[in-house]
Design a protein around this ligand. Sequence first.
Ligand SMILES: Nc1ncnc2c1ncn2[C@@H]1O[C@H](COP(=O)(O)OP(=O)(O)O)[C@@H](O)[C@H]1O
Ligand SMILES: [Mg+2]
Length: 248
Amino acid sequence: MNILELESLNYAYPGARRGEAPIAAVADVSFQIAEGENVGLVGANGAGKSTLLKLICGLLEPTGGHVSVAGTEVRKETLGQIRKDLGYVFQDSDDQLFTSTVYDDIAFGPRNYGYTPEQTRAAVEKALAAVHIESLKDRAVFRLSGGEKKLAAIATVLSMGSRLMLLDEPSVGLDPRNRRNLMEVIQSLPCAKLIASHDLDFIYDTCSRVVVLFKGRAVRVGDTRQILADRAFLEANGLELPLSFVTR
Ligand SMILES: Nc1ncnc2c1ncn2[C@@H]1O[C@H](COP(=O)(O)OP(=O)(O)O)[C@@H](O)[C@H]1O
Ligand SMILES: [Mg+2]
């Protein structure tokens, strides 16, 4: 079964002032993600990656087309229902982590979803272990490094048992060691992922398929190895070959 289906998805931001033309940000995008699959969403700055993720998780309402998660169409009325299947990892971890400790942030979703205290504890411990930050459990969120915050943010999604994780620019601002560690963690998680990034090396190592966005349109959907090796195509779409190709 497909965990995600997009059908002719469109979104335009309203003009900033009255009478101003709307800004088309996502145009006629269709693709699917199978259960457990990792897909990269690549494109230059302003291509529409973040907007697309917000449409999928219901933070924005499409101006046309459809999004379904685990067979349920994403609409205001269904958000409660899909919340369990879908997790969104914000680009800025400070937007995600908002209580005092790592434990409480990870427990927030399960508690709100009506888990018992024992179920909550089990879900939090499993999530901490999956991203290898058991030792940070009682740490104040504001004392974490950028890399630790990113892992804690991922754990807040894992504690809900999501089947689809959306990640917006997960590698931005991480040093090489933390970036490598994040890559390994992402590879080890069994849920499906849609990873928006202009870090093509990161996508190359984590995703089997990519969707290339250019000015809001999905100009190509296919095999990562084929598409990310196509220098002329990438350059025409405002992207560069992954470094691993350049130095080869
Ligand atoms: N809140 C907003 N209001 C108006 N236009 C926006 C807003 N956010 C993004 N845009 C525009 O929508 C387009 C896509 O932006 P975005 O989804 O952020 O792209 P990306 O994440 O690929 O850099 C850009 O042209 C951007 O300027
Ligand atoms: Mg973005």
